[in-house]
Design a protein around this ligand. Structure first.
Ligand code: FAD
Length: 288
């Protein structure tokens, strides 16, 4: 099923995210994670794409597992920086052959020490989106950043780049993680004010291990609200309590989002179906 069809209904949707292993030898283990995640009955499962396409085959294999073995709609991520257009067409052909209909089209992070790509190479996700549209047959989503992309000079410039994405065939947006819902509400207001009416899937990251936090903030630029910082200060030395508090924080964040009309929730489950399961059980009546 195309994800836009799922997002068009008034129903609350909840999706999960997995990442492929670094080496094919660990594929069987991640496939068992796929099966455990699929048992939670999410609306769709996304699978990330390793920077530069080094693990493209593993992303394709997991998308196939999600879609054809587990019977859950798959969303395959695809990045384009440092990638030849021919290689992109190869991935699109493989996904099409497996019946995967949904792609989250991304630029990817520019590797450190590399110059900004030149004309002729992919420079922005919107260029990839245009190529996927020309290839045909896929529902295409893109990333957005409620707190602004770290490279953007302003949130307004960032929002203007989302307009370009929409013009190039982007049909829905998935947000970077955020820990303060007011930031998302403000961002959604700005989208509407700029005439961007794409469905937005809100990305929620359950932080259940305090060691994740520095990396998350560095990668996403997300601001940590005082309530969240207090949880980390109090429980970081007690892993089981941190896990419980992280699940509770994500649960409350989702309840507030749904209560305020944000119906589409993406949980960054990071190959932890137990955490996703705990959140989904907490929300069982809300997700029906
Ligand atoms: P773009 O949309 O190209 O934007 C990059 C920057 O360029 C932004 O600052 C934007 O404002 C600016 N820009 C965009 N278009 C233009 C234009 N036409 N003119 C001028 N400026 C422009 N990374 C991975 O490697 N694998 C993954 O699987 C993955 N999944 C992700 C999923 C989500 C939901 C999110 C939010 C991020 C994900 N990332 C992933 C990280 C992502 O690749 C990086 O954040 C990357 O730096 C930007 O990707 P993008 O698709 O947003 O790029």
């Amino acid at each position: 099923m195309k994800i836009t069809e799922l997002l068009a209904s008034d129903m609350v949707t909840v999706s999960c995210e997995l990442f492929p292993p670094k080496h094919g030898s660990a594929l069987a283990r991640v496939k068992s994670v796929v099966r455990d995640t699929a048992m939670l009955d999410p609306s769709f499962i996304s699978v990330t794409y390793g920077a530069g396409g080094a693990t493209a085959d593993l992303t394709i294999s997991l998308a196939n597992e999600i879609q054809n073995v587990c019977g859950v709609t798959a969303l395959a991520h695809l990045t384009c920086v440092s990638t030849e257009r021919e290689a992109v067409r190869g991935v699109l052909a493989a996904l099409r052959a497996h019946g995967v209909e949904n792609i989250l089209a991304l630029r990817g992070d520019i590797p450190e020490g590399t110059l900004f790509p030149e004309l002729g190479q992919y420079r922005f996700a919107s260029e990839l989106m245009a190529d996927i549209r020309d290839f045909g047959g896929f529902c295409v989503g893109g990333a957005c950043y409620p707190e602004g992309h770290p490279e953007s000079e302003s949130l307004q410039k960032d929002i203007e780049s989302l307009k370009i994405k929409a013009d190039c065939g982007c049909e829905f947006l998935t947000t970077q993680m955020f820990f303060d819902n007011n930031i998302l509400y403000n961002f959604m207001f700005r989208l509407l004010r700029n005439g961007i009416q794409l469905p937005v899937v809100a990305g929620v990251m359950p932080v259940t291990d305090s060691r994740q936090i520095a990396r998350i903030c560095k990668l996403s630029g997300a601001v940590l609200p005082p309530r969240f910082k207090a949880i980390v200060d109090r429980f970081s030395t007690h892993p089981a309590a941190m896990k419980q508090a992280g699940v509770a924080y994500a649960t409350e964040q989702i309840i507030d989002l749904v209560a305020n009309g944000v119906n589409h929730i993406h949980i960054y489950t990071m190959n932890k179906p137990d955490i996703a399961g705990r959140i989904m059980r907490n929300l069982s009546e809300i997700f029906t």
